[in-house]
Design a protein around this ligand. Structure first.
Ligand SMILES: [Zn+2]
Ligand SMILES: [Zn+2]
Length: 110
């Protein structure tokens, strides 16, 4: 067992699907929650240093090409996405992806 010490385990995806027609990624989580992320939304929240710079606040990036080419798995903690413009340096941790969930339950409207 090599879970990093002191970290809450967090949620994990049990299924990750690219929905080409809807231009969305759908993630089913191990707690039964389902998240759907439009490609442009995911691309916009790319966590890589090139997109995020050195600011403290997460920054939304407006990319020209938001086609999603491939989805990769990074270790046992993250996904990586390759975008239509070749950008592929973002490592989207499961924790980050779960935070990005935009469904009404996760982002209640005031
Ligand atoms: Zn990036
Ligand atoms: Zn949600």
């Amino acid at each position: 067992m090599s879970e990093s010490a002191g970290r809450a385990p967090g949620r994990r995806p049990v299924e990750v699907r690219r929905l080409s027609d809807e231009r969305q990624v759908r993630i089913a989580w191990d707690d039964g929650h389902v998240s759907e992320y439009p490609f442009a939304y995911l691309r916009g929240w790319c966590p890589c240093a090139g997109c995020q710079g050195h600011g403290n606040e997460p920054r939304y990036v407006h990319a020209q090409n938001t086609d999603l080419v491939t989805i990769g798995v990074v270790g046992n903690y993250a996904l990586s996405f390759t975008w239509g413009d070749g950008h592929d340096t973002g490592i989207y941790s499961y924790r980050w992806l779960r935070q990005l969930c935009a469904c009404p339950n996760c982002r209640p409207q005031p």
